[in-house]
Design a protein around this ligand. Structure first.
Ligand code: 5RP
Length: 301
C-alpha cells in the first residue's frame, strides 16, 4: 500500500521544457484513437514504417491450398519471421499457438467460395475479434462487382464503426474476382473508396504501370498481396517495386509458403521491406538461406 508519509518530495517538473508530443508514424492515422494507434504500432515496424505480413487465409475461399494442407507443419515454423499473421478464426483456434505472440490480422468476413460467386460476405461478431485479441480486422471490398459492391462496402463501413468503438483498426482488402481488372485506374479507385470509408490500412495488388498513383492517391498505408506463385526473383522484384513506389509493406502468402525455401523467401522479403535491399541482395539472401540454412544479411538468421 502507498504510504502517506515519508515519501521523497516530487520536484522534477521540467519547468520550461514543453511536454514531448509525438506525431504518429503511419500516414493517415494521426487522428486515430489510442487503441488503433497502439495496434497499428504492433503491426508496422516504427523504424522502417513498414510491415511483412504472412497471409494464410486462402482456405476460407479455396480449401486446402497447396502449401496450406498442414498449416501446423508449414506455416507455424514461419510465423516467427513475420511481423503479423493474416488468417481465419478457425485456423487460429485449431492450429496457431496463442504463444506465438504475433499481431493478428483477422479475416473478419466470410461467405462464398471459388466454387460459386466470390465476395458474397457476412461479418463476424466484433466480440470475437476482441476475444481473439486481434490487431486488424480484414474485410473484403468488391468495388466494381455489380452483385456485391454495395454489400461489401456496407461490411467495410460496419467494421470501421466497430473498430472506432473498440480501438481496432480495419484492413480493407480490395477483392479478388474474375472480372476485376488490376490496373492503376481500378486499384486507385478501389483503394481510395476503402480509405474514404474509413479503412486504416488497405491491402491491394501491385500493378506494373502507375502504381505510384495508387499509393499517392490513397491517404492511408497500402500493403500488397503477392498473388499467384512467381519465380522467386520475380516475387522479390514485385515487392521491391511496390515498396519503391510507396507501399508500406506486403501481405504475402503463396509466394512465401509455395517457395522451395519459405524461410529464405520471408527473410529476403524482409530485407527489401525493412532494410532497403536491392532485388539482387534479397535474392542472394534467399539462395544463401536455401543452400546453407543461414542468412548473411543483417537479419541475423
Ligand atoms: C485472399 C487474400 C489473401 O490473403 C491474399 O491474396 C494474400 O495472399 P497471396 O500473396 O497468396 O495473394 O486476401 O482474399
Amino acid at each position: 500500500m502507498a504510504d502517506n508519509e515519508g515519501n521523497i518530495a516530487a520536484k522534477d517538473y521540467g519547468f520550461g521544457i514543453p511536454q514531448k508530443q509525438e506525431g504518429f508514424f503511419l500516414k493517415g492515422n494521426e487522428n486515430a484513437s489510442y487503441g488503433i494507434k497502439s495496434r497499428l504500432s504492433q503491426v508496422f515496424n516504427q523504424k522502417s514504417g513498414h510491415t511483412v505480413m504472412l497471409a494464410f487465409d486462402h482456405g476460407f475461399i479455396m480449401g486446402p491450398t497447396s502449401g496450406l494442407e498442414r498449416i501446423d507443419l508449414t506455416i507455424n515454423p514461419l510465423i516467427q519471421y513475420s511481423d503479423c499473421i493474416m488468417c481465419t478464426r478457425g485456423i487460429l483456434r485449431s492450429i496457431v499457438p496463442p504463444t506465438c505472440n504475433k499481431p493478428i490480422s483477422y479475416r473478419f468476413d466470410s461467405g462464398t467460395t471459388i466454387l460459386t460467386s466470390l465476395n458474397d460476405e457476412t461479418l463476424h461478431d466484433v466480440e470475437e475479434a476482441i476475444r481473439l485479441n486481434v490487431s486488424l480486422m480484414a474485410v473484403m471490398v468488391a468495388i466494381g462487382d455489380p452483385d456485391h459492391e454495395g454489400s461489401t462496402i456496407r461490411n467495410l463501413t460496419k467494421t470501421v464503426d466497430y473498430g472506432m468503438r473498440y480501438g481496432i483498426p480495419t484492413l480493407g482488402v480490395t477483392a479478388v474476382g474474375k472480372n476485376l481488372t488490376r490496373d492503376a485506374r481500378y486499384l486507385g479507385l478501389a483503394t481510395r473508396v476503402c480509405a474514404e470509408n474509413g479503412a486504416n490500412v488497405i491491402k491491394t495488388y501491385y500493378c506494373d504501370e502507375g502504381f505510384e498513383r495508387v499509393t499517392n492517391g490513397c491517404p492511408v498505408p497500402i500493403v500488397i498481396a503477392g498473388g499467384k506463385k512467381l519465380p522467386e526473383r520475380g516475387a522479390l522484384a514485385l515487392a521491391k517495386n511496390a515498396i519503391d513506389q510507396g507501399a508500406a509493406g506486403v501481405d504475402m502468402g503463396r509466394n512465401i509458403f509455395q517457395s522451395d525455401s519459405p524461410v529464405g523467401m520471408l527473410l529476403a522479403v524482409r530485407e527489401i521491406v525493412h532494410n532497403g535491399a536491392t532485388v539482387d541482395q534479397a535474392f542472394d539472401c534467399y539462395e544463401t538461406y536455401k543452400n546453407s540454412g543461414s542468412c548473411p544479411c543483417c537479419c541475423g538468421k
